[in-house]
Design a protein. Structure first.
Length: 367
């Protein structure tokens, strides 16, 4: 390995550690990353000198000099994430600390017309209008529901958008910054700390149900970019019709749209009714949790790894992990507990955060 490459890898490890721990000390970096103190000092001093890292106070003294608290300067670089769905577009601005600086979601029906692309571009300009230091924005990540070949900028198939073999270059041309495309569920998985989840599965419970999984911290796309399409596994043979045309798909039972369509209201309104113990809402919610428990049990048996519950419905599940866990245990006779069930890190627009992180992580590799 060349000296420069080795230096970049070491620097990246230090930066990622600081980000994932919010703040740290030089001693902690040396101990937990198994790096010599001279190596840590040289790298941290460079980061401080270049404004990438900042000292944010001191730790309590344990007898000697107080250790300086080191954090990443969040404003050093930014990236934009855009989440496109059939009826909405979500925008996020993410800083170098992987924090959402700004968020907005608008109602905009997807179209392949040039006017749609122009409007997305105009909405993004308005979204960034009051952002200072726009030159620090590295790029624009775009998440889309469907099977995507990111290298060729091709949307291979999207039931949600009713498209097949569609070039995404038309959308790319709207923006002046570099653009990266990714499947929405893969992008949501990317929003998680893949250093913490070496082997994990992400269940994206949005208006459509998707998923992704990683092994050794790397996303597995599958031979045809179709890995993780859990929404189209058959959950109930001959059951409800899915939007893809098949009967009994998991999507027809476990997507967030199930809750919205049943009551003809927003997910937030539905969950408020559940909290108030309104009988009709509670009945639908109980049925939803039961179907989700079956899906989770099947996925656990197939993959034997942590399962992260994400998406719009996943954001509400943090308060219902006990009843969900009890239902999962009814279907799973091999695990003694459900500690493998995890809540997602980002309750809102995780897909947009994930595609934005693509640019930030690439930048960190070059520091």
């Amino acid at each position: 390995m060349a000296g420069t490459e080795k230096k970049n890898i070491t620097r990246s490890k230090i930066v990622n550690y600081i980000i994932n721990h919010e703040a740290t000390s030089k001693v902690e970096l040396s101990k937990n990353l198994n790096l010599s103190m001279p190596t840590v000092l040289a790298n941290v001093n460079d980061l401080l000198a270049n404004g990438i890292a900042v000292e944010t106070g001191e730790y309590e003294s344990t007898g000697g000099r107080k250790a300086k608290r080191i954090s990443i300067n969040p404003a050093y670089r930014y990236a934009v994430g855009i989440r496109i769905t059939a009826k909405h577009v979500g925008f996020v601005l993410v800083n170098l600390n992987y924090e959402i600086e700004k968020y907005e979601r608008i109602r905009l029906k997807f179209s392949t017309e040039a006017s749609y692309y122009s409007q997305v571009g105009e909405e993004l300009d308005q979204f960034l209008e009051d952002v200072e230091n726009r030159e620090r924005i590295l790029g624009i990540g775009i998440s889309i529901p469907g099977i995507i070949n990111p290298k060729d900028r091709m949307l291979i198939k999207s039931h949600a958008l009713q498209l097949e073999n569609y070039s995404l270059s038309f959308l790319e041309q709207v923006f002046s910054l570099p653009v990266y495309f990714e499947n929405d569920a893969n992008a949501a998985m990317m929003a998680e700390d893949l250093n913490a989840y070496k082997n994990a599965l992400y269940l994206s419970l949005n208006n459509t149900l998707g998923g992704a999984f990683c092994i050794d911290g790397k996303l597995i796309p599958g031979e045809n970019q179709k890995a993780g399409e859990f929404g189209h596994m058959i959950l109930v043979p001959g059951g409800k019709r899915c939007y893809c045309g098949k009967l009994g798909c998991a999507d027809a039972y476990c997507a967030a749209s199930v809750l919205i369509n049943e009551m003809n209201q927003t997910l937030e309104q539905f969950m408020k009714k559940v909290e108030k113990h309104e009988e009709s809402a509670v009945r639908i919610w109980e049925e939803y949790l039961n179907n989700l428990a079956i899906l989770i049990s099947n996925l656990r048996m197939a993959y034997d790894m942590d399962i992260i519950l994400g998406g719009e419905a996943g954001g509400y599940l943090a308060d219902y992990m006990i009843p969900l866990g009890e239902k999962v245990m009814e279907y799973n006779g091999f695990d003694h507990d459900v500690r493998y069930l995890k809540n997602c890190s980002y309750k809102r627009e995780a897909s947009a955060v994930g595609v934005a992180k693509h640019f930030l992580q690439d930048f960190i590799k070059t520091i």
